[in-house]
Design a protein around this ligand. Structure first.
Ligand code: DLL
Length: 433
């Protein structure tokens, strides 16, 4: 078995708990002293940093949600002076405001280590050529795996997403042995290679590290067959650093959570009650080592199960199952997080009624997003030129808001079915869970 940091990854449980406790106490103090809104919340609850003496006191701390992050946009949760930060990344908020996460150099270094652990757990080493085709930029996928690959000492191909012809050319010419991208793009690359007449044995790939969106075991088998590789899952979220919060080992029986950096809890999404290990519920994380953007008891909204069962790989870190859905309405489309409320915000801003329907599908391994929108009654004009112009305007405004472009279908007023109860706005035809 190979580990990137064996002394940590296989640490006996009592030592790991002691390490987590020590780090939690320090982190709570750091947050209380440097983040006014945390201090205010804890004061309101009559909670002092010294009340948190170890992980057994974690449950006393308040939860933090995406709505709290939006309220504190852009830097209300920053726990160090901005001059100590070296980078930001960002992900969608529920409406117009995005979530902005800050990193010090120390935060980037620890994040790189987490991603290096994932690459080594999948069999990677300095002899590998790692093709990173997650998006580079505000999205954490590209720079996260890039940092991990550098840390391992592998030759890193910083491809970013898209341009499939160039991806294939570099994969073949430079002998990429590892592929890092979303599972849907991996499936698409597999099909594209086949279309160009390549057999799975023609490439040098041996493994892939795929995440950022839900994917099934069937999809894993398809990707493995079409690319001739072993496909590993990786999980993470921008708010906590990015990819590498958890990763699969060769056992591929859940993802090990990097517990020296994150404490995981499962709660009942309705009541907030902490649930025992093995029970399905919402995943909550506390970051123990982040300096710039440390989140305590952050509600991910991902529905999941944890298991402390011994893993034959030797790692002692707890494992999380593949996320089984969300406790909110976030969709992940082509790896991009999309909230229906973002679509609604654009419609209202541009003077459309909030009567719309979102249809998501997966065609040839690529997600499609169609939005049906009603014309405002006073503007209804069925000349084709007018419809096309307005559809284009809306598509462009939505692309700006969401980061991906939907296909807009403007329909006459009152043609979208009204619901008598909760409006059903989303039809997701992909069967991902
Ligand atoms: O998706 C970070 C990432 C990049 C993870 C590359 C893995 C690989 P966000 O854009 O903030 O960050 O989205 C986070 O994506 O709460 C989950 O709902 C979902 N997600 C991430 N990884 C997985 C996975 C990145 N392996 C949100 N399986 C999370 C299922 C995943 N869902």
């Amino acid at each position: 078995m190979k580990y990137f940091q064996p002394e940590i990854e296989t640490m006996p449980l009592d030592q790991l708990r002691a390490l987590q406790s020590e780090r939690l106490v320090k982190q709570v103090r750091h947050v209380y002293d440097h983040v006014p809104c945390y201090r205010q919340r804890m004061d309101e609850m009559g909670l002092k940093p010294e009340d948190i003496r170890g992980i057994e006191d974690l449950h006393k701390l308040p939860f933090l949600s995406k709505a709290d992050l939006r309220e504190q946009y852009p830097d209300g949760l920053l726990a160090v002076p901005k001059s100590e930060c070296v980078r930001i990344h960002s992900t969608s908020g529920t409406t117009g405001k995005r979530v902005v996460a800050f990193y010090t150099q120390h935060d980037v270094d620890l994040w790189d280590n987490c991603c290096a652990r994932a690459i080594v757990a999948a069999g990677g080493s300095c002899d590998d050529v790692v093709q990173v085709c997650y998006g580079y930029g505000l999205f954490t996928g590209g720079l996260g795996l890039h940092g991990g690959s550098h840390r391992v000492g592998a030759l890193t191909l910083p491809m970013s997403s898209g341009n499939t012809d160039r991806q294939i050319q570099f994969m073949m010419d430079l002998g990429a042995t590892f592929l890092c991208c979303t599972p849907s793009y991996a499936a698409y690359l597999g099909e594209s290679l086949k279309e160009r007449g390549y057999a799975p044995s023609d490439n040098h790939l041996k493994a892939g590290i795929f995440g950022a969106e839900p994917w099934t075991e069937e999809m894993r088998r398809d990707i493995e067959k079409n690319l001739g590789i072993k496909a590993y899952d990786i999980y993470g979220l921008t708010e906590l650093s990015g990819p590498g919060v958890a990763f699969e080992c060769a056992e591929q029986h859940g993802m090990h959570i990097n517990e020296d950096h994150f404490i995981a809890e499962i709660i009942d999404p309705d009541t907030g009650e902490v649930l025992p290990e093995g029970t399905k519920g919402e995943l909550v994380f506390t970051s123990l080592t982040k300096e710039a953007f440390p989140l305590l008891r952050y509600r991910t909204r991902d529905i999941c199960v944890l298991s402390r069962e011994k893993c034959s790989c030797g790692r002692t870190f707890i494992r999380m199952a593949k996320p089984m859905g969300r406790s909110d309405d976030m969709l992940i489309i082509r790896g991009v997080n999309v909230f229906p409320s973002q679509i609604e915000t654009v419609l209202i801003k541009l003077g459309y009624p909030p009567n719309y329907e979102i249809e998501v599908d997966r065609i040839n391994n690529s997600d499609t997003l169609d939005v049906r929108v009603e014309f405002p009654p006073e503007q209804f004009d069925d000349s084709l030129g007018n419809i096309a112009k307005k559809e284009k305007e809306l598509a462009s405004a939505m692309r700006d808001m969401l980061g991906i472009g939907p296909k807009i279908h403007l329909v006459p007023p009152k043609t979208i079915a009204r619901s008598e109860g909760k409006a059903v706005r989303v039809i997701d035809k992909r069967k991902l869970i």
